[in-house]
Design a protein around this ligand. Structure first.
Ligand SMILES: NC(=O)c1ccc[n+]([C@@H]2O[C@H](COP(=O)([O-])OP(=O)(O)OC[C@H]3O[C@@H](n4cnc5c(N)ncnc54)[C@H](O)[C@@H]3O)[C@@H](O)[C@H]2O)c1
Ligand SMILES: [Mg+2]
Length: 389
């Protein structure tokens, strides 16, 4: 980073462990002479004044990146400035622009200059760039944004007519995220699911639910404010528990009629208001398959964009070996059953939904879904000892 170079060149700096002491007068002069941007330097370290010294603590790349993103969310001017060096992912009615290469999809990024040129070509005002949302940044602090070319656009009817022309110009196609998600690399998949969730939230929260007035998005898109009563709206996710139930030797998998043919997954359900994660797991398992959870253990969590933003909280649970008779709630599930370790391990090994959907055999959710991780964990360590529920 620039700041580290600056320290290395600077004779008046004392290194003390991971702290750097620098004379305040020298710093001010040096900054002026070299046209250094003080706010920029703060991304790399924390500064605090100690008597006649400034004390800098260097921060890790992850921390500086996090602090930078926080600043962009809080400060509209900083965010607008970040757009100049940032990169934009494009969407059309929540479908991301993708380019196909072989079996994989790639998500192209556009600079601000390219975006301005494209908007002019599509007959849209460059003011539309203010509808974009911040979705992350690179290690080099290059901010990433997403913009939907149709949503929130006053010229939406024209824009929707031009979709195919836009695709030709952009050398890609606007592809349903559900279709493309499992053929994207993990980084793109994560950015695009965040982007889609945030763009959808803004589209659905244009008005204040108290005053009925239009709400205004901040530059980063991390909130919306009602100008008349100052109520602030933040993007929300619904907590969902997803549980892999085991009886010690087998695990319980289920399918809904809406799942692709042959796919079985762990039990999932939205948390009710006022419930803890543990209560939601016990209730969902009882509701969906009529079993009582004896022990449970948290595994991991995942943001899931479909159909709206959810925070998937994944757990392993056990039921008593003598109490394993399933009563499927047919209002919620099409089928559920116990599967042996061998059956699940075999399905996991040859897990390729694209071929299995065709031959109709039992198959499991793809790698990117947390259900897959949960099932894989159980296959690798079926006898993990969870806590009492
Ligand atoms: N990422 C994964 O691996 C994975 C795996 C399985 C399910 N999921 C997701 O988990 C979610 C929940 O699973 P489910 O469908 O079995 O839930 P569920 O068992 O709670 O049943 C869905 C029903 O719950 C009600 N409901 C209560 N609160 C709701 C809310 N906030 N939003 C929508 N409906 C609500 C509705 O009546 C809805 O029909 C689904 O959206 C699914 O996409 C993700
Ligand atoms: Mg369910």
């Amino acid at each position: 980073m620039e700041l580290l170079d600056f320290y290395c060149q600077c004779e008046n700096v004392l290194f003390m462990g991971n702290k750097i002491l620098i004379d305040i007068q020298f710093k001010r002069n040096h900054l002026l002479q070299n046209g250094f941007d003080l706010t920029m330097s703060l991304y790399c370290g924390i500064a605090c004044r100690r008597k006649s010294f400034w004390c800098f603590r260097l921060l890790s790349t992850y921390v500086t990146k996090t602090r930078y993103l926080f600043e962009l969310k809080e400060d509209d001017d900083a965010c607008k400035k970040a757009q100049q060096t940032g990169a934009f992912y494009l969407f059309h009615s929540l479908a991301p622009l993708l380019q196909k290469s072989g079996h994989q999809y790639q998500a192209p990024r556009h600079s601000l200059l390219e975006l301005e040129r494209l908007l002019a070509k599509f007959g849209q005002d460059t003011q539309r760039i203010e509808d974009s949302v911040l979705i992350g940044c690179s290690e080099q602090h290059e901010a990433r944004f997403a913009l939907d070319l149709v949503l929130n656009s006053s010229s939406s009817i024209n824009a929707s007519l031009q979709k195919s022309e836009m695709e030709t110009e952009l050398k890609g196609s606007f592809t349903k995220l559900r279709k493309a998600l499992f053929q994207l690399n993990t980084k793109d998949a994560s950015l695009l699911t965040t982007a889609q969730a945030l763009l959808r939230w803004h589209d659905a929260h244009q008005f204040c639910s108290r005053s009925g007035q239009p709400t205004k998005k901040n530059m980063a898109g991390s909130k919306r404010v009602c100008p008349s009563n100052k109520i602030i709206y933040y993007p929300q996710m619904a907590p969902v528990v997803i549980t892999l139930v085991s009886d010690g030797t087998r695990c319980l998998l289920a399918r809904q009629s809406s799942f692709p043919k042959g796919m079985y997954s762990a039990l999932a359900g939205f948390c009710d208001i006022g419930e803890s994660m543990e209560e939601a797991v016990r209730r969902e398992v009882a509701e969906e398959v009529g079993l009582e959870v004896e022990t449970l253990q948290y595994s991991a969590s995942q943001h899931w964009p479909f159909p709206n933003s959810s925070l998937m909280i994944a757990c392993h649970a056990t039921v008593k070996p003598g109490q394993t008779e399933i009563q499927v709630n047919l209002k919620e599930l099409e089928a559920a059953g116990w599967f042996s370790h061998d059956e699940v391990a075999t399905a996991l090994r040859k897990n390729n939904p694209y071929t299995q959907q065709q031959n109709g055999t039992f198959w499991l959710p793809p790698k990117l879904a947390i259900a897959h991780q949960l099932i894989k964990e159980w296959v690798e360590k079926p006898s993990c000892s969870p806590l009492p529920a």
